[in-house]
Structures are given as structure tokens and as C-alpha cells.
Ligand binder design. Sequence first.
Ligand code: CP3
Length: 368
Amino acid sequence: MSANERPSGQQQTGRAAARATADSAFLRACRREPVPHTPVWFMRQAGRSLPEYRKLREGTAMLESCMRPDLVTEITLQPVRRHRVDAAIYFSDIVVPLKAIGIDLDIKPGVGPVVERPIRSRADLERLRPLDPDDVKYVTEAVGALVGELGATPLIGFAGAPFTLASYLVEGGPSRNHEHTKALMYGDPELWAALLDRLADITSAFLKVQIEAGASAVQLFDSWVGALAPADYRRSVLPASAKVFASVAGYGVPRIHFGVGTGELLGLLGEAGADVVGVDWRVPLDEAARRVGPGKALQGNLDPAVLFAPRTAVEAKADEVLEAARGLEGHIFNLGHGVLPSTDPDALTRLVEYVHARSATRAPSVKV
Ligand code: CP3
């Protein structure tokens, strides 16, 4: 190797960190390899329950925070420092790429995303233009900074899945029954398919930005898709979500697929192209594994409300999750949905310690 081919000190450090990240318990579990302990992270770990988050966010609106790489970096790191979780999740929101292409939406505190003019007609569809990486330069910048700061801890990038994004766009805000969304899906299947296809392309572009900047895994949040029956999911949603997964398959980073109330859809969530299927607390993980089939890792699935119970009860429920996960090909411990805003942060820290300790004593020894 000649002098100018020799890697610089910085490059060597970068490569060593990348190797350590690839060998982390989280990424090993995603790849269904043996792990030294069951990896843990929490959906919605960034923000929400942390006092240091609330302090930092004071006076800055949610969407504005998502566009500030300094804030995004710090908020993403806060739960990693505090709870010693095995992965970081990039601080953003599922509606950020929609805002970035000019959709008139806002995130209202205590409510969620609200869209000024809902999308319900073919003419409305024209407002959903493709996402250009230059629309979200702040994401590239923040992911780059985070990968430097995180060392061996992997960073999970994420996006909203086409159905869940469509629900916010068509309803104009959060919805219990998704009636306008379903009216469009059943009433004008062609327009529906065109809407989901556009959203699939926006989501794919947003995930690619995060992976190319250094994210080591991605999660597709289809939070509200449990509102659908399997046949409707297969016909009207799966093609768009499968397009998203296929678009990032070439990067080789694990792809996680999550939704709430998806007991009847678990097999299809895997079929859409995920490497890891997220499970809520309604289906035990051993049963979820039967529904998903071989060749996938599972993520989950402690009920987030359990964290409000006394410590011994939390530990008993965590043991149930670990017990159900015993025979799985790969398991990432998580909640069955996001951290609830009034959760005691110390309960989360204790849970991470507990799962690490319990699983380390049972895990087969790893030869690396
Ligand atoms: O996981 C993380 O910690 C990363 C950050 C993250 C946020 N939103 C930050 C946020 C992630 C992964 C999301 C994803 C998201 N956003 C989903 C999918 C996950 C899920 O919980 O099902 C959904 C459905 C949304 C839409 C959305 N945005 C909702 C329902 C809300 C909550 C409204 C509320 O205040 O209760 C938001 C706002 C939001 N996203 C907040 C945060 C920290 C709160 C905003 C604030 O602090 O003002």
C-alpha cells in the first residue's frame, strides 16, 4: 500500500466504528445471529417522557425542531445516554417528508399531525410531488453528525408507511375510524393506488437519504394499518409498502415493519419485504413467530402501559416477553407501541438493565 493509499487515522477510526456497529447486539439480532444479550430500544424513546427533552424543546415547535440538526442530534442522543439502549432512533416525525415537499401541515401538541387541505381528489394528488434529497438537507447533516457521535451504537432511520401517511392526508388529521380514507380506498381504487404509489416513492426517497447518510437500519411505521382486514391490506396496501421495502433492499440494512393491532396481518407485514416484524402486545411472540413464518426476526412486545405498574410487575411482564421469545430466530426487545408521554424515565432505564441482565444469563455464548 503506498503512502497516499493508506487510510488516514480518521478513516481507520471510522472503519473500526462501522465494524463495531455491524457487530452490535441490535444488528446481530436483526440478522438472526447469536447475541451476547437481547438488544433493547423503545419506539418513541426520543422526546416524550424525558425532562431534558422538554427543556431543549421549550419555545421551538415540533416541525421546526426536526429541521435543526443541532437539536435533532442532541434529542436522538438523550435516551441513548440515559437508558443505555442498544440503538438510537433518529428524532423526526413521519410527516416531515410531506412538510418538506410543501404540504400545508402542522403538528399540534397533544393532537398530532393536522393537514390544512386534505387530499381527496385527483387534482389534490398533484400536490404530492416527489421528494428530492435537497428538500431534507438537514436530515443528511444530522444523520452524519449522529453516526460520528454514536460510535458502535446503531442509528435507526424511519418513515411512515403509505397507508398511515394517507390516513393523515385524507382525513386531515388523526382519526379513530379512518372513514374518509376507507371511502377513498373502496370508492376509487385507482385514485387510491395512485396516492399510495406517490407516497411509496416519497417514503423510499426519505429512507434512502437516511441510509446514505449512515443509518444502519430502517423502520417503516404503519401504525394505523391494523384498521384493515387482511384481504384489503393485501389488495390495497401491500403493493405500496412492498415497493418501499424493495427500493432499499440493495443497501443490505435491516428493514423493520411495524403496526398496531396487526395480529391478523403479521404474515402479510413480513411478506411485504421486512427482515424484522414489529409486534404489539396483543399477540405473544411465540404465536407471532408462527404467524410470521421462518426467516424473520421479531421486535416487541411489552405493553407500554405496563411501565406504570410497580417494578416487580414490570419485571414479571418483561420475563413473559423474554420467555415467549426463547425459541425465536432473532428478538429485539421493545414496547408494543411507543413510550407513553407520562412514563417515568427511570422505569425505562431499569427495564433496559433488567432485560440485559436476564437475557445475558440465558443467551448461548457467542463466538465471534
Ligand atoms: O421514536 C422516537 O423517539 C423518534 C421520534 C418520533 C416522533 N414521531 C416524534 C414526535 C417517531 C418515530 C415518530 C413517528 C410517528 N409520528 C408515528 C409512528 C409511531 C407511532 O407512535 O405509531 C406517528 C403515528 C406519528 C404522528 C404523530 N406525531 C403523533 C400521533 C404525534 C403525537 C401527538 C401528541 O402530542 O400526542 C406526533 C407528534 C410527535 N412526534 C411528538 C414527538 C416527540 C410530540 C410533539 C411535541 O412534543 O410537541
